[in-house]
Design a binder for this molecule. Structure first.
Ligand code: IPM
Ligand code: MN
Length: 366
């Protein structure tokens, strides 16, 4: 089959890690008889440099016309990059938020899985890791604080800023349904995370999730407060299957979850709407400090490409081939710098590889 993939390489390490994911997709295509056509779409800082805005209408149209989008990362150093001298709606991140909204990508799935080969890179103690963990965060992506009304104004000579956190029943219901559906295909457990002891939006969240849960008698579910969840993730991550939560909580918890997998460079993500379309990107950022050095870990982007094959193109076997190839290179002791521990560095069987080598190794093994 033939697929038209919109590619947003973006800023920082984005172009380097996306290049490797394209390499792996091309290799999958050759092996399984598919053609992936890639169309570069500008977004973020690169778009600001060319067009003065982080996302043009033409870019949105090109994204909509694609079968799916593969993305790297956007943004730069927030203290030194000139992009951050611009008004907030013209900064790189505004492009991503606008695209999420324009494509209605309300469901952001971020799996966090500890490869047994990376146990040593996990900052948690051995007894906490236990038999490992395999969880997935279902983060609401087009509502809450990110998209509520905001304002900065002067009141009696003092600056005051406001952000609003709004959720409707409809928004909560559709993300809850996504979480329960994905739980059915996993370990059948949903932990809905909120701050219902303080926030009205969280109390509404709980009520709606209770209603949705009633339709999934085979899925066990619980509510958990977000502060407790942050603690539980480092106390006993093995207790989780699917974590369902709102936009801001999901942003924070997913970085925490990624860290306990050993490196943020290992985590893919899928942003989906109610169709087969999706945007696939690593959970990590643009890492401007290591950009252009060919040392970034491309695995998160490669695993995002695997999610694209599975969720948007129904190519399960091809997705599994990528995931197995990733596991294989880890088994063969190839490591990018972020997942090489001090102990491993001293052992001759471990090999430190650069971004392009890691991509080659995985592409060869699909
Ligand atoms: C993420 C990122 C984005 C977010 C930024 C770049 C706007 O941190 O995808 O987690 O906060 O959603
Ligand atoms: Mn984030």
């Amino acid at each position: 089959m033939q697929f038209h993939v919109g590619v947003i390489s973006g800023d920082g390490i984005g172009p380097e890690i996306v290049r490797e994911a394209k390499k792996v997709l091309t290799s999958v295509g050759k092996k399984y008889g598919h053609t992936f056509e890639f169309e570069e779409i500008l977004m973020g800082g690169v778009s600001i440099d060319v067009h003065g805005v982080p996302l043009t209408d033409e870019a949105i149209e090109a994204a909509k016309a694609s079968d799916a989008i593969l993305m790297g990362s956007i943004g730069g150093n927030t203290t030194t990059s000139p992009w951050y001298q611009l008004p907030s709606d013209l900064r790189p991140e505004a492009g991503l938020l606008k695209l999420r909204k324009a494509l209605n990508l309300f469901a952001n799935l971020r799996p966090a899985y500890l490869y047994k080969e990376l146990r040593e890179s996990c900052p948690l103690k051995d007894e906490i890791i236990g038999s490992g963990f395999d969880l997935a965060i279902m983060r609401e992506l087009t509502g809450g604080l990110y998209f509520g009304e905001r304002e900065t104004k002067e009141v009696n000579g003092i600056l005051q800023a406001t952000d609003t956190l709004t959720y409707s029943e409809k928004e909560i219901k559709r993300i809850a349904v996504k979480a329960f559906e994905i739980a059915l295909k996993r370990k059948k457990k949903v932990t809905s995370v909120d701050k219902a002891n303080v926030l009205d939006s969280s109390r509404l969240w709980r009520g709606v999730v209770d209603e949705v849960a009633a339709d999934y008698p085979d899925v066990s579910y619980e509510h958990m407060l977000v502060d407790n969840c942050a603690m539980q993730l480092v106390r006993d991550p093995g207790q989780f299957d699917v974590i369902l939560t709102e936009n801001m909580f999901g942003d924070i918890l997913s970085d925490e979850a990624s860290m306990i997998t050993g490196s943020i460079g290992m985590l893919g993500s899928a942003s989906m709407n109610d169709t087969k379309f999706g945007l696939y990107e690593p959970s990590g950022g643009s890492a401007p400090d290591i950009a252009g050095k060919n040392i970034a870990n491309p695995i998160a982007t490669i695993l995002s490409a695997a999610m694209m094959l599975r969720f948007s193109f129904d190519l399960d076997k091809e997705a599994a081939a990528i995931e197995q190839a990733v596991e294989q290179v880890l088994k063969e002791n190839y490591r990018t710098v972020d997942i090489m521990t001090n102990k491993e560095e001293e052992k001759p069987q471990f090999e430190l590889v650069r971004t392009t080598q890691m991509g080659d190794l995985i592409a060869e093994r699909v």
